[in-house]
Write a protein that binds this ligand. Structure first.
Ligand SMILES: Cc1cc2nc3c(=O)[nH]c(=O)nc-3n(C[C@H](O)[C@H](O)[C@H](O)COP(=O)(O)OP(=O)(O)OC[C@H]3O[C@@H](n4cnc5c(N)ncnc54)[C@H](O)[C@@H]3O)c2cc1C
Length: 543
C-alpha cells in the first residue's frame, strides 16, 4: 500500500461503486475487492464487456470490439490477485516479465486460454501485395528488403530508437499518474531527447523512404484511436510491446476473457448489476471555499439511490462530467472545457458470417489499406467527411478458433475508421450504404471470393451505437483522442480534481485506450484510491 502524507483520512463504509463493466471497470473491481473494498459495478447494458460486448446470433459468436490481445502479463496479474492481497507495491514489470520468461501464466489458465497469433497482422497494400508482420527480425528484414532495400538501414535505426522509447515511455513511465504538471515537466526533457513528441508518422518517415513501410510502422495507433499524423511518436512503443510479448487471442473470443474477469471478480466477492444506467452521480456541496464537493453515491435510471463515498466512472470522460455531474460542482471540468477537447475517431464495424468451401488466403488479423493514407486520415480526423475510399481491419477469428461459427462457416468482422459524430453524417443512410460497399469490395477484390453468395448473416454498428448505446460523447470509439495535448498530465485524471471521492478509469483516462492501457489505468486508479484510503484499508485488513 502507498501513503501520501497530504491525503486526508476518509471515513468510509468500505463500499465502492463502479459505473460500467468494461475492461476498465472489471479490472478495477477485481483490484478493489482484493484491496478490501466491497465493490458493486453498475452497468447500463445487459451483459459485461462494454466495447468488448459479445453478440451471439445464428450460431455465430462475434466479439464486438477488441480482438488483438497484448501484454498477457497484465491479465495474469489480475487473475493472480487474492482477497486482501495487495500487489500495488510490487514492481510493475518484474525481471521474468521483462525477459519474457513468465510463460506459464498459471493463474490465467484457470480463467481463460490464451494463445499466440502469428503473423501479428497481414497488412495488404492497395496493390494487393502484403507484409506479414510477426515481430521476427529475420522475417521483417526480408520483407523490408523486398519492398525497399535502402530502408533496411532505416529499420535498424527505427528499431533502436523505438526500443529506447519503449523502455522509457512504457517500462519506466507507463504507470506514472500525472496528477500535476510537475510530473509532466520532469519527464519532458527525456521525451524530447528521444524525439518522442513529434508525430508518429513524421517519426517513421525519418527512417523509411517507402510509403508502404511508413504505413506498416505507423498504422497500429489506429487500433487505439490515434491518428498516426498527430499521435506523438511515444506510441511507436506499441511496435515494441507487440514484439516483446507477442499478439494473442483468447480461445472462445475476447468475450471468454471478459467472462473470466467476471468470474474472478465474483470469486473475490464483488457484485454486478446489469440494466442499471446511472443517471446522476450525487454530490454533497462543499463546506467552504477551500474544500471540494464530495461524492455521496449514484442514482440509477429506475430511481434507485445507492450511497457511497467512493464512486469510479468507467464510462466516457465527457459523458461522466457533462451528463452525470451538475456543472455547478465542477471547477476544472466545466462543459466548455470538456467540449473543447478532441475525441477519437469512430468506426463502422460490420459483423458477418459466411459459408466457406475454399481456403481463405487471409490471416487472423488483416489490415487492408486503401489507395490513400495521409489524405484519408485527414478526412477522418480533421475534415470529418466520409471519403469514398476506405481502409479496414478484417478480423477472422475462425481461422484460429472454429468454435465461433457453425460447421463449415466463418465468423468475421471488418472495422472501417470513420469520423466521429462531430461530422454531419446521417448514419441511418450512410451506414447501410457503406456496409454494402465494403462487403462487395471484399468479394470483388478477391479477399473473400463469393462472399455475397455465401453470406448467411451481416449486421453493422456506426458512430450512433457508440454515442447512444455506449454513452460516448460524439460517438467516439476510443475516448479522448491520443495526441500530445491530451497525453500524460493533459489527459483526464484518474482522480477527479473537482469532486472528492470521484475517480475515473478506462480508455479516456491516463494512460490511454486499448485493453493493456485500460488495465494499467485500473492499477493506477487503484493506487490512487489505496493512497486516499490508506488508514481505512489498514483497519479493514487488520494491519
Ligand atoms: C471495434 C473496436 C475494436 C478494438 N480493438 C482493439 C484491439 O484489438 N485491441 C485493444 O487493445 N483495444 C482495442 N479496442 C479498444 C478497446 O476495446 C478499448 O480501449 C477498451 O475496451 C475500453 O474499455 P473501457 O473499460 O475503458 O470502456 P468500455 O468498454 O466502453 O466500458 C465502459 C462501460 O461503461 C458503461 N456505461 C457507460 N455509461 C454508463 C452509465 N451512465 N451507467 C452505467 N453504465 C455505463 C458502458 O455500457 C460500458 O459497458 C477496440 C475498440 C473498438 C471499439
Amino acid at each position: 500500500m502507498m501513503k501520501d502524507h497530504k491525503s486526508e483520512l476518509h471515513k468510509s463504509r468500505n463500499t465502492a461503486i463502479i459505473i460500467g463493466a468494461g475492461f476498465g471497470g472489471l479490472s478495477l473491481g477485481i483490484r478493489l475487492q482484493s484491496l478490501g473494498f466491497n465493490t458493486i459495478i453498475l452497468e447500463k447494458l445487459d451483459a459485461p464487456g462494454g466495447r468488448a460486448y459479445v453478440k451471439k446470433v445464428k450460431g455465430f459468436t462475434f466479439d464486438m470490439g477488441p480482438t488483438v490481445i497484448t501484454v498477457p502479463h497484465f491479465i495474469e496479474e489480475l487473475f493472480s490477485l487474492e482477497q486482501l492481497q495487495d500487489d500495488l507495491n510490487k514492481p510493475d514489470f518484474p525481471q521474468e516479465v521483462l525477459l519474457n520468461k513468465d510463460s506459464e501464466k498459471t493463474s490465467t489458465k484457470k480463467y481463460a486460454k490464451i494463445v499466440p497469433i502469428k503473423p501479428f497482422y497481414r497488412i495488404y497494400f492497395h496493390d494487393k501485395t502484403y507484409f506479414d508482420y510477426d515481430g521476427d527480425p529475420v522475417n521483417t528484414r526480408r520483407q523490408i528488403k523486398e519492398i525497399e532495400e535502402e530502408d533496411l538501414e532505416g529499420y535498424e535505426r527505427f528499431h533502436q530508437d523505438a526500443e529506447a522509447i519503449f523502455k522509457r515511455g512504457f517500462l519506466e513511465l507507463g504507470y506514472t499518474f500525472f496528477g500535476s504538471a510537475k510530473e509532466m515537466f520532469k519527464v519532458l526533457p527525456d521525451l524530447l531527447k528521444l524525439d518522442a513528441v513529434r508525430s508518429l508518422f513524421s517519426f517513421t518517415s525519418k527512417y523509411f523512404k517507402s510509403d508502404k513501410l511508413r504505413q506498416v510502422f505507423s498504422f497500429e495507433t489506429l487500433l487505439v484511436g490515434g491518428n498516426p499524423l498527430s499521435v506523438p511518436a511515444i506510441y511507436s512503443m506499441i511496435h515494441f510491446v507487440e514484439k516483446t510479448w507477442g499478439v494473442h487471442y483468447v480461445m472462445g473470443g475476447t468475450g471468454a476473457l471478459i467472462n473470466g474477469m467476471v468470474k474472478k471478480y465474483h470469486e473475490l466477492g464483488g457484485q454486478i448489476k446489469y440494466n442499471s444506467e446511472i443517471e446522476e452521480i450525487t454530490i454533497n456541496k462543499r463546506q467552504n471555499f477551500f474544500s471540494k464537493p464530495k461524492v455521496s453515491g449514484v442514482q440509477i435510471r429506475n430511481g434507485e439511490l445507492l450511497k457511497s463515498n467512493v464512486v469510479v466512472s468507467n464510462g466516457d470522460y465527457a459523458n461522466t462530467y457533462m451528463r452525470l455531474i451538475n456543472n455547478k460542482f465542477r471547477r476544472w471540468n466545466k462543459d466548455w472545457k470538456v467540449k473543447k477537447m478532441n475525441y477519437s475517431m469512430s468506426l463502422v464495424v460490420i459483423y458477418f458470417g459466411f459459408k466457406y468451401d475454399k481456403e481463405l488466403n487471409l490471416r487472423h488479423h488483416n489490415i487492408i489499406l486503401g489507395p490513400r493514407y495521409e489524405a484519408l486520415l485527414s478526412d477522418i480526423f480533421k475534415r470529418k467527411i466520409l471519403a469514398k475510399d476506405f481502409s479496414q481491419y478484417l478480423h477472422i477469428p475462425t481461422l484460429t478458433d472454429r468454435s465461433l461459427a457453425p460447421k463449415g462457416h466463418h465468423a468475421a468482422y471488418t472495422l472501417v475508421p470513420v469520423p466521429n459524430n462531430a461530422s454531419n453524417i446521417d448514419w441511418s443512410i450512410e451506414g447501410p450504404k457503406l456496409t454494402k460497399i465494403v462487403l462487395s469490395f471484399l468479394d470483388s477484390e478477391g479477399y473473400i471470393p463469393d462472399l455475397q453468395k455465401n453470406l448467411v448473416h451481416s449486421e453493422f454498428i456506426t458512430p450512433d451505437y457508440f454515442e447512444n448505446i455506449l454513452n460516448s460523447h460524439l460517438g467516439n470509439s476510443f475516448g479522448v483522442e491520443p495526441r500530445l495535448t491530451h497525453s500524460a498530465f493533459f489527459r483526464p485524471h484518474n482522480k477527479s480534481e473537482d469532486i472528492e471521492g470521484l475517480y475515473l478509469v478506462g480508455a479516456s483516462t491516463q494512460p490511454g485506450a486499448g485493453t493493456p492501457s485500460v488495465m494499467m489505468s485500473a492499477k493506477m486508479t487503484a493506487r490512487v484510491i489505496a493512497n486516499d484510503f490508506y488508514d481505512d484499508l489498514k483497519e479493514w485488513r487488520g494491519e
